[in-house]
Design a protein around this ligand. Structure first.
Ligand code: GLA
Length: 743
């Protein structure tokens, strides 16, 4: 043991700041005698240790074990059969490809000398802490060459989440190409014939957040994006229930999510020996990161947790973590203002007088932020031209943006605007001037999507140019909010301005430069807030959420579809970042304004309907509902969410849905309930609540008294055990009930 390791062996107990039910204390303890670490991360314990071969093994991940000394040291596994060497059967914390590894590697490297074998052995450990977190750095090194790997583990005060990431340092004298560089591997307890069940999120444009679920079997399941960005098709989140049976509020759930907005991969692999390992990080597809001597690569964070409280508690832990650690402004991110956006009302047809009229109506409803969407710049009449030319279109806004912004401010709202900085239309001045800035392989065709190409953000000149025009836009106009859009995925990801050997670094450099621009803008303009949008929910992850305060989850604003989308979204992300608009009825479905409002109130409320078509009654209804939302906003956005009745999920249609939000001090709760269509006149079932203080008394304040059949006051225990009796009828009925604690 090194001196450094010995001095760092004391554990530091961090008291919980937030009174969350799952947030027991956090600590990282090193036991030098047994060469093992026990991490207490709120409600769960995680342990790993060094075996006789000096390999680092996963020892434990599961319910909290308070007596850390019970966890035994790691021991090397013998060879059982020559076809599955110990490299493969040992639950390695971070497995390098070498010495006969056949499971998913975390690390795979090719040295200039031709060597492709890497075996990592433990060197030493180091711990640091600050006011809110404690970090462990375990140093590993190849057994022959100074290729050094730091495995990081961090716990946060008051949180039940463990953050893991890795830095790979090339201390050799030759270049090394990393073909695989995962953030971390998580090993589940090896329970033969276990009953594990995986959940993950899939989707497509206008159909994101589909909650999939299937039993885990021997073999691999891969969720990933090879698109250069997070993608609509899968989201970097997983949850695994089991081995015992679970439901929404009970039973063991292992879960995790990546903090990365580029191509990513999560592999859930069950070996023939029933060992389940979840490996995630950069997508190794088309990956090849060359480290010159002295250079290093840091992976994205891979956050993980465990709860015995079912899928509902797993989500609440993640929501609390995002609010407390991830979001700009954490641990006290600002509440989201109520927003109006004219996109669905006007599309590209924006102009001064039209926006004035909408702004006046929006302000009359109690809206707090007014946003001009696509169409205000360059020669943008439709989606064929203009991206790249970020000057105000003089035909649409002859006096610039100032008169609109001034009017919006006079009306008491702040002002936001749509941008899509990573894109360029070939029909633009920017592309005509700088064709080399578009991502391409020289001499090859450039594939367009929505008539646009990607700017190569990996290029420092593109990054500087983009930062400067955005800074100018925000400096010259009083802009509080940017809706930052991104409407296609990568093709031809070339970067010919750097040597061939470095061109694949585009997958990493692009995303870092994107984050850098966002951070520089926010640093220079402290009041500026940014939303991440990618044709809806194509870029939602814990990487972008460190730099943006909210996300647009889907271009599908049909209220019934939204119930399902929002349900899927809530498994991985807090409702506090989920922008949700009330729009005009979509397709052929005619839902009431109230139904559409209540669905949108389950996140960060916005309005995208054409207010010019609102009748005076619609305006009055909308005004009341906006006022109602303001009374429950902190509870919805930053409270505890309980999914009481699930809406339709893939393979599980549902005629009803109900969700409850409880303020963190449990003085207020709000229940939203929906009926898709009533069959045989069946009454609405009792809705049993959760998360209340059972001994306290709560008084009900229904949005519509006619829809509440229960008495108005009772104990928390009554509402949780007996339930609420609501009267919902017919098709697309809906209601909301607020509970206020009286004593
Ligand atoms: C994307 C966004 C929409 C809208 C349009 C504008 O599709 O998701 O909300 O901003 O672009 O072109």
């Amino acid at each position: 043991m090194s001196l450094r390791a010995a001095t760092a062996s004391a554990s530091i107990l961090v008291a919980a700041l937030f009174a969350m039910p799952f947030a027991r204390s956090q600590s990282i303890e090193y036991r030098p005698d047994a060469k093992l670490w026990v991490i207490q991360a709120g409600d769960f314990t995680y342990a790993m240790g060094v075996d006789e071969r000096n390999w680092l093994q996963s020892l434990y991940w599961g319910p909290r074990i308070d007596r850390a000394e019970d966890i035994a040291a790691a021991h090397s596994l013998p060879e059982v059969v020559s076809f599955d060497l110990p490299t493969t059967t040992t639950p390695q914390e971070y497995a390098a490809w070498g010495a006969g590894l056949y499971t998913e590697p975390d690390l795979k490297a090719t040295f200039s000398s031709g060597n492709r074998d890497v075996v990592l052995a433990y060197v030493d450990q180091h711990q640091t802490h600050d006011a809110n977190s404690q970090t462990l750095d375990i140093t590993m090194r190849d057994i022959k060459l100074p290729l050094v790997v730091h495995l990081f583990y961090r716990v946060y005060t008051g949180q039940s989440v463990l953050e893991r990431w890795t830095t790979i340092e090339n201390q050799t004298k030759e270049a090394v190409v990393l073909e695989n560089a995962a953030s971390a591997t998580w090993s589940l307890p090896n329970l033969q014939n276990s009953n594990y069940r995986a959940h993950w999120l899939t989707g497509r444009w206008a159909g994101e957040w589909q909650l999939q679920s299937a039993p885990l079997n021997v073999g691999s399941q891969v969720i990933e994006s090879r698109r250069g960005s997070t993608g609509h098709q899968a989201n970097p989140w997983f949850a695994i229930e089991g081995p015992d049976s679970t439901d929404e509020e009970h039973g063991p759930v292992y879960f995790g999510e990546l903090g990365w907005s580029g191509s990513w991969r999560i592999t859930i692999e069950q070996s023939s020996f029933h060992q389940v390992r979840i490996t995630g990080g950069y997508n190794p597809f088309d990956f090849g990161y060359r480290l010159a001597p002295g250079e290093s690569l840091t992976t994205p964070p891979f956050y993980g947790g465990f709860t015995g409280g079912g899928m509902g508690e797993a989500s609440r832990i993640l929501h609390h973590f995002q609010q407390g650690v991830i979001l700009p402004g954490a641990p006290h991110p600002k509440l989201r203002p109520i927003l109006y956006n004219s996109w669905e009302a006007t599309e590209f047809n924006v102009g001064e007088s039209g926006q004035f009229a909408l702004a006046e109506k929006a302000a009359a409803l109690g809206v707090e932020r007014f946003v001009i969407d696509d169409g205000w710049f360059g020669q943008r009449k439709d989606d064929h031209a203009g991206l790249g030319d970020w000057y105000v279109n003089k035909e649409k806004f002859p006096n610039g943006l100032k008169p609109v912004i001034d009017r919006v401010h006079q009306l008491g709202m702040d002002f936001g605007i749509w941008v899509e900085p990573e894109m360029v239309n070939p029909d633009s001045d920017l592309y005509r001037k700088h064709p080399a800035w578009a991502m391409n392989f020289p001499g090859r065709p450039r594939t367009e999507g929505r008539n646009q190409l990607l700017l190569n953000f990996a290029r420092p000149d593109v990054m500087e140019y983009t930062y400067h025009w955005l800074d100018e836009l925000v400096s010259n106009n009083d802009i509080d909010f940017l809706k930052w859009d991104y409407n296609r995925n990568w093709s031809e990801p070339g970067w010919d301005a750097v040597p061939v050997a470095d061109q694949k670094k585009i997958y990493v450099a692009y995303i870092h430069n994107l984050y850098t621009i966002l951070d520089r803008l926010r640093a220079k303009h402290p009041k500026l807030e940014i939303e991440s949008c990618s044709g809806g929910g194509g870029r939602v992850d814990l990487g972008i959420l460190r730099h943006t305060v909210e996300v647009w989850p889907s271009d599908n604003t049909d209220a019934l579809d939204r119930l399902s989308l929002q349900d899927g979204f809530s498994h991985a992300y807090t409702p506090g970042v989920m922008m949700a608009w009330v729009t005009d009825p979509q397709r052929t479905r005619k839902t009431s304004l109230k139904f559409r409002f209540l669905v949108a109130m389950e996140g960060s409320l916005g309005i995208g309907a054409n207010l010019n078509n609102f009748t005076p009654e619609d305006m009055a209804t909308a005004k009341d509902l906006v006022a109602f939302y303001k009374t429950i906003r902190p509870t919805v956005q930053q409270g505890l969410q309980y999914r009481l009745i699930a809406p339709s999920r893939p393979g599980a249609p549902s005629e009803r849905a109900a969700t409850e939000y409880v303020s963190t001090d449990r003085t207020q709760a709000v229940v939203f309930a929906y009926l898709h269509s009533q069959n045989f006149g069946d009454p609405y079932p009792l809705v049993r609540l959760s998360g209340l203080d059972s001994k306290a008394t709560y008084r009900l304040h229904p949005l519509d008294a006619k829809q509440l059949l229960s008495q108005q006051e009772a104990s928390g225990s009554y509402w949780m055990s007996h339930g609420l009796q609501l009267d919902l009828r017919g098709d697309y009925d809906s209601t909301a009930v607020v509970l206020e604690r009286t004593h």
